[in-house]
Design a protein around this ligand. Structure first.
Ligand code: ADP
Ligand code: ZN
Length: 642
């Protein structure tokens, strides 16, 4: 705290000195001149001496004999002259002239032209002040800056470091890591866990491995989407192996100044080898390890130097003396291949999003310290959350706990868990809509999605329909997602397109073409996207099984791989558009058909929905099934479309 006060005083001083430097400058020009000359002083104050003249022009005036009198100030650096010339209307005027340094001939010249001149020396009582302002203030200024540099903990942009220490590693270091994470806290990523357990065993008993000639990898690269537990794994090995743990983010090596990143890498590895056996964890390693010379705007010297240093350091320790480098990234595709060569990050462990059982495991881990009500089924919750990462699941249970506190409950019930899941998937709920024509339209729109999804064999089941706005959407139809989202059949894709178009189709049928709204714009975007991918990526059109675009088509290229997209002729481009249109219009037709065929039950559901706001999937199916036969979603569906 006292140091902070000091710092503030210094900042204050610096400000003062900046201000006084400003004043000093004007001193020279004005105050200095008028010190001893009451005549000029009044003139200056009355702004009479506002006109200026260059020295060159002054000499011309001198030669022309237009100068009447000269008063010199500041050791001859400034002069106030009285001149009259035809240019000036032949009236005597007072003009200021700045005299360049080294114009020592001036006095001789003035004598030569017989000009009346007078020199005004600076007053001696001001000498001290002058010295003070000329010397002391800059010293305070520079001294203060140095002080700030050396002491600042939060100097802007300094990573909380003094700029004098820029080359020092910023890694957080724990000699006896108490990360609090044990392998038991990690679920759903068993392969990665097994791999790490082996490394822990190496760190604990290296002899057991070296005796049979086994070498433990120097570098392990954890690859996987964010939030899947990569950091958690690294923390767990440090804790379980009980070895020092260095943790740093790749972005901390990326600095503005060339050489600093490399110096930090060197420093980190120096410290690590002093503390071996130990673990160095580099999160987001892609920040340094991106392929050299790739990416928008070409290479980046600083990053390349840093990467080279990293490569050198990893080669440095020939046999693994126990420094294990664990890198984590979600973009292995953009990493420089040199990083992945044997002897560096030679072992890659993929950490995937957890599957259903994995999610149950992770939910169990995070439910340990939370009082769950008896009606909460973690299995059901896991069913509802395909695509959730470990971090998402942890977040979900935490949200539920917060909601339970808000509702003053002593345990977390199904209600809070569902609300938390809704929030995370769909965003925060807004206030219910007023009963207007729009609300009715939204109700129809959502029922349009629900009815098509329900009556198509290959579509996921409706979980619920709601008119409670959430995350920008005015109403939502939730479907229970199928477990494996990575492998979709053609009929599943078509069913998705039809269902997504269902909202728009119902608007058309019920309210008529002129009343169709803008509400379906994101639906349409999705539809177009899906249809296009069917044609260009999945070979699901009459163009045939050709990959015409890749996954990242249309995105800014950010390093890695080859830069050019897949090329095709204009004629193919036309055919792509044609096929996309064909798919979409087929699906639109289908959606309209389903809506027309089920108009009676649709109207019924809408009335009910407007009343209760949220309808459960089971209730919806029940209602629909009294009017029509629901498809058996478990038998394969054969699409007739071609
Ligand atoms: P990553 O480093 O892969 O981005 P983290 O390891 O930082 O993800 O995970 C963030 C949080 O998510 C963890 O602190 C933990 O609470 C939770 N989490 C993620 N994966 C798991 C898992 N497999 N088991 C248990 N908790 C997990
Ligand atoms: Zn919609």
């Amino acid at each position: 705290m006292p140091r902070n006060i000091f710092r503030n005083i210094f900042i204050g001083l610096i400000l003062i000195s900046i201000i006084s430097i400003g004043i000093k400058k004007s001193d020279f020009n004005e105050i200095g001149i008028i010190q001893n000359n009451s005549k000029s002083e009044t003139e200056l104050n009355q702004n009479v001496v506002s006109s200026r003249m260059t020295y060159g022009r002054f000499l011309e005036y001198l030669e022309m004999g237009w100068i009447k009198q000269v008063d010199l100030y500041d050791n001859g650096r400034n002069a106030i002259v009285e001149a009259s010339s035809p240019e000036l209307g032949n009236r005597p005027q007072t003009i200021r002239v700045e005299i360049p340094v080294g114009a020592s001939q001036l006095i001789l010249k003035l004598k030569e032209y017989n000009i009346d001149f007078d020199a005004h020396p600076a007053e001696s009582k001001n000498v001290l002040i002058t010295i003070a302002s000329n010397v002391l203030i800059p010293i305070i200024f520079v001294g203060g800056l140095l002080y700030l540099f050396q002491n600042s903990e939060n100097f802007p942009g300094g990573n909380g470091q003094s700029p004098m220490n820029l080359g020092k590693s910023t890694a957080r270091f724990e000699r006896r890591p108490d990360t609090g994470v044990v392998f038991d806290d990690i679920a759903g990523i068993d392969e990665a866990k097994a791999e790490f357990e082996e490394i822990v065993s190496f760190l604990k008993q290296p002899d057991k491995y070296t005796i049979v000639g086994a070498k433990i990898p120097k570098g392990i690269l954890l690859v996987g989407p964010p939030g899947t537990g990569k950091t958690l794994l690294a923390k767990a090995i440090a804790n379980e192996a009980d070895v020092p743990f260095f943790s740093v983010a790749g972005s901390e090596f990326v600095e503005m100044f060339i050489g600093i990143g490399a110096a930090r890498v060197r420093d980190l590895f120096k410290k690590a080898s002093e503390n071996a056996p130990c673990i160095v964890f580099i999160d987001e390693i892609d920040a340094v390890g991106r392929e050299r010379g790739a990416g928008v705007g070409g290479g980046n010297d600083e990053r390349e130097q840093t990467l080279n240093q990293l490569l050198t350091e990893m080669d440095g320790f020939k046999e693994n003396k126990g420094v294990i480098v664990v890198g984590a990234t979600n973009r292995v595709d953009i990493l420089d291949s040199a990083l992945l060569r044997p002897g560096r990050f030679d072992r890659q462990i993929t950490v995937n999003l957890p599957d259903r059982l994995g999610r149950v495991g992770i939910l169990k881990v995070h439910a340990r310290n939370k009082p769950l009500g008896e009606d909460v089924s973690l299995i059901q919750l896991a069913n509802r959350t395909p695509g959730f990462s470990g971090a998402d699941l942890a977040n979900l249970l935490n949200e539920a706990a917060i909601l339970a506190t808000r509702y003053k409950k002593t345990s977390i019930t199904k209600n809070e868990v569902n609300e938390a899941a809704d929030r995370i998937i769909g965003g925060i709920a807004g206030a219910p809509m007023e009963d207007t024509k729009n609300k009715r339209l939204v109700a129809y729109h959502e029922v349009g999605h629900a009815i098509t999804g329900t009556l198509l064999k290959s579509h996921d089941e409706v979980e619920k329909i709601t008119l409670v706005p959430r995350g920008g959407a005015k109403g939502l139809t939730w479907f229970t997602p199928e477990e494996d989202q990575s492998l979709l059949s053609r009929s599943e894709l078509l069913a998705r397109i039809i269902t997504t178009l269902g909202g728009r189709a119902i608007e058309q049928v019920v309210f008529g073409e002129p009343e169709v709204t803008t509400g379906a714009s994101s639906d349409l975007q999705q539809v177009t996207n899906l249809a296009r991918q069917m044609v260009t990526r999945f070979g699901m059109s009459s163009i045939g099984p050709i990959a015409l675009e890749d996954e990242n088509n249309g995105q800014v290229f950010l390093g890695g791989g080859t830069a050019q997209g897949l090329e095709f002729a204009d004629s193919i481009a036309d055919r792509i558009d044609e096929q996309v249109c064909k798919i979409v219009s087929y699906c639109e037709q289908k959606a309209i058909e389903i809506v027309l065929d089920n108009r009676v039950v649709i109207d019924l559901v809408v009335e009910k929905l407007l009343d209760i706001e949220t309808m459960d999937g089971a209730e919806f199916r029940e209602l629909v099934s009294t009017y029509t036969i629901l498809p058996d979603k478990n038998t394969p569906y054969v699409s007739k479309f071609d």
